[in-house]
Design a protein around this ligand. Structure first.
Ligand code: HEC
Length: 396
């Protein structure tokens, strides 16, 4: 089934909303990192009990002095700058992109019948339902277990991420599954801003106007969620970039790889947050490097024996033309992909040979390509391609 929109319209919406999403995301994450670092830089100010601290900064050709108030200044300042639209626009643009690329053409991108034979309605319903459930479950955990122990809460969130990663990689197409996990965490992040952090700020202002002490619980909650958001950023960013790395999402244990890389991302935030507060936890970068090396060794491609009968290029060419050039060509026969996806074309022997290692990742080591095996590639053909690559991917 084709997309709701024409391929050309999809391309433009992809371009515009991806551009927008990346920019909004940079601004949001930039402010999030900046304020967490700022909090960690604050030093107590003598004789000023109303201040939580202050700090000096130099940037863009000038000195800045920033003071943080414990509760609120004497008079409500005017103008007061809020930080929320960067979060909302990141979510709105990201969700729009997800709808255009994954819901409107669910049969090409969200659904893989070899993983789960879902209808469009089932797949889109499951995806949206999971986004909502992620927030409801997370929020309930924060309000219960999170009131007693941050460690217990972190353990619960980690267990949920593991379960979700496992579940969605067994529900959606490989590439979509990673994004679904990222979108669920991203939805939690923006809901934290909308439902908890901004309301805590409004309470501060209401209390100030009414001349009463603000409800401290609202602020504690706001701070807790803002710290969570900070730890979610690197894991979410990996899921957003993972589409470039088929050797991760295309692996048979893609869910475990995702969980490990996300855990490493969160740990790296722990390292930086401590460092801004003057503590250097050297074990973290060491553990992160060892973790990445461990994953790299664990998922290294199984080597295909170069021995066996030499595979003539003519045979490879006919397999690729039959199974891949349907989409990856200057003039694709596909009506969904009217230009070669990712600019990858297999029209000439040189084009085929120069992509040999990518072909190995997506069509030999994994079955990511042909997309949903649209062109019915056989396992014997995959083995032949693997043997040809192992023999040096020669075109003569
Ligand atoms: C039905 C259309 C279709 C067919 C057939 C197809 N591809 Fe693809 N291919 C795509 C699309 C779409 C993408 C973009 C990635 C995505 O959306 O998952 C892609 C991406 C790729 C990439 C880039 C992966 C990356 O992210 O770096 C490679 C390499 C590739 N295909 C190789 C192949 C090979 C080899 C074959 C044949 C065995 C093949 N494709 C058959 C549609 C197709």
């Amino acid at each position: 089934m084709a997309s709701v929109l024409s391929p050309y319209a999809t391309d433009w919406l992809d371009l515009v909303f991806r551009w927008f999403h990346v920019i909004a995301g940079i601004v949001w994450i930039g402010t999030s990192f900046y304020f967490v670092a700022l909090d960690n830089h604050l030093e107590p100010v003598e004789g000023r009990d109303d201040l939580a601290g202050d700090t000096w900064e130099i940037h863009g050709g000038g000195f800045y002095r920033i003071e943080k108030y414990r509760v609120a200044p004497q008079r409500l300042p005017e103008p007061l700058h809020w930080f929320k639209w960067e979060a909302y626009w990141t979510w709105i643009s990201g969700f729009t992109l997800f709808v255009v690329l994954y819901y409107f053409q669910a049969h090409e991108t969200l659904i893989d019948p070899t993983v789960a034979n879902l209808s469009t309605l089932e797949a889109v319903g499951a995806s949206i339902g999971l986004l909502i459930a992620a927030w409801l479950v997370y929020d309930a955990l924060c309000r219960t277990i999170g009131q007693r122990s941050e460690k217990a809460l972190a353990a619960c969130i980690f267990a949920l991420v593991v379960g979700t990663a496992y579940g969605v990689t067994h529900l959606f197409a490989a590439r979509a599954a990673y994004l679904q996990v990222g979108a669920m965490l991203g939805t939690i992040m923006v809901a934290n801003v909308f439902f908890v952090i901004i309301p805590a700020h409004r309470e501060l202002i209401r209390a100030k106007k009414a001349g009463r002490a603000p409800d401290p619980a609202a602020n504690v909650r706001g701070k807790q969620r803002s710290v969570h958001n900070n730890y979610f950023t690197l894991p979410v960013l990996f899921t957003m970039l993972a589409g470039h790395f088929p050797f991760t999402y295309g692996h048979a244990h893609s869910w475990a790889i995702l969980v490990c890389l996300m855990a490493i991302g969160a740990l790296i935030r722990v390292y930086f947050n401590n460092r801004h507060a003057g503590r250097t936890l050297w074990w973290i970068p060491v553990a992160a490097a060892l973790g990445i090396a461990g994953i790299a060794i664990w998922i290294r491609p199984a080597s295909v024996p170069a021995s066996g009968a030499p595979v003539p290029f003519s045979q490879v060419k006919s397999i690729v033309q039959q199974r891949c050039a349907y989409c990856h060509s200057m003039n694709p026969k596909s009506t969904t992909y009217t230009t070669a996806p990712q600019g990858i074309r297999f029209d000439t022997p040189q084009e085929i040979a120069s992509q040999a290692s990518l072909i190995e990742t997506v069509a030999v080591q994994s079955k990511l390509m042909p997309l949903n095996n649209k062109t019915n590639m056989t396992d014997a053909e995959r083995r032949l391609l693997g043997a040809w690559i192992a023999q040096g991917a020669k075109i003569k």
